[in-house]
Design a protein around this ligand. Structure first.
Ligand SMILES: Cc1cc2nc3c(=O)[nH]c(=O)nc-3n(C[C@H](O)[C@H](O)[C@H](O)COP(=O)(O)O)c2cc1C
Length: 219
């Protein structure tokens, strides 16, 4: 699965949605993509078509998220790397949704009691993603500079520069961008978590974007 740089550039968080339900053909496409990503990432993402009262918190209503018609429950086995995997594979889902004309918003704040997700024994509900047809397509926001998020000794290869550029377009909780990308002398790359809420989910999202920009997978 490969995504274009254009998809990343066009994606912004959308918090105001039209009331329309997602059409059956797109529901099917999302469910197929979810099945693929769940298998690849050992996760249990679920599209819940009727969002119900998932976003009935005051902050959700104030920000507009309560208008979302549907939600993706980001569930997975409660292990040490689940948050990063949810970020990495969840962002592939977000970019896929963008490509088929849907808008999304990662949402850490939601009503965990109201989401109609299946959470099996040993699993954890990590976060949610609001999904539907946006009233608009969101807008660009402020970003840190490449210098603020990288550690490099010596020359920066082109693939690294492009990876960082896409990483800076990655959504992060409250736009915190609390990550560092280090290029080692042997040309391996480390993604470093500098803390903050949902920072491990952020790191997975950042890695997903970096790989798209760099045009290669980072082990
Ligand atoms: C892990 C995570 C949690 C988030 N939680 C919320 C949330 O609870 N409510 C909300 O309105 N936006 C939430 N966001 C969206 C961010 O505020 C948004 O991605 C960030 O401001 C950057 O904007 P952009 O996505 O348009 O690039 C979250 C994003 C991430 C990655």
């Amino acid at each position: 699965m490969s995504f274009s740089i254009e998809t990343i550039k066009n994606r912004h968080s959308v918090r105001n949605y039209k009331p329309d339900k997602i059409v059956p053909d797109k529901v099917q496409q999302i469910n197929e993509k979810i099945a693929e990503l769940n298998a690849e990432g050992n996760l249990h993402f679920q599209l819940i078509e009727d969002v119900g009262k998932t976003y009935n918190k005051l902050v959700n209503r104030t920000m507009g998220l309560s208008s979302a018609p549907s939600v993706i429950a980001c569930v997975g086995p409660d292990d040490d790397t689940v948050e990063q995997r949810i970020g990495y594979y969840g962002e592939k889902l977000v970019l896929f949704a963008q490509e088929i004309g849907l808008n999304t918003c990662w949402a850490g704040i939601f009503n965990r009691n109201n989401i109609d997700a299946e959470i099996k024994d040993g699993e954890r509900l990590v976060i949610s993603i609001a999904i539907g047809y946006g009233k608009d397509s969101g807008k660009p926001r402020k970003s840190k500079t490449p210098e603020q998020v990288t550690e490099v000794k010596g020359e920066k290869p082109d693939w690294f520069v492009k990876g960082v550029e896409m990483a800076l377009l990655a959504p992060t909780a409250i736009n915190q961008q609390k990550f560092m990308i280090r290029l080692n002398e042997d040309e391996t790359v480390d993604f470093i978590d500098k803390g903050g809420m949902f920072s491990q989910v952020d790191l997975g999202i950042v890695k997903c974007h970096f790989e798209i920009g760099a045009g290669k997978e980072i082990s």
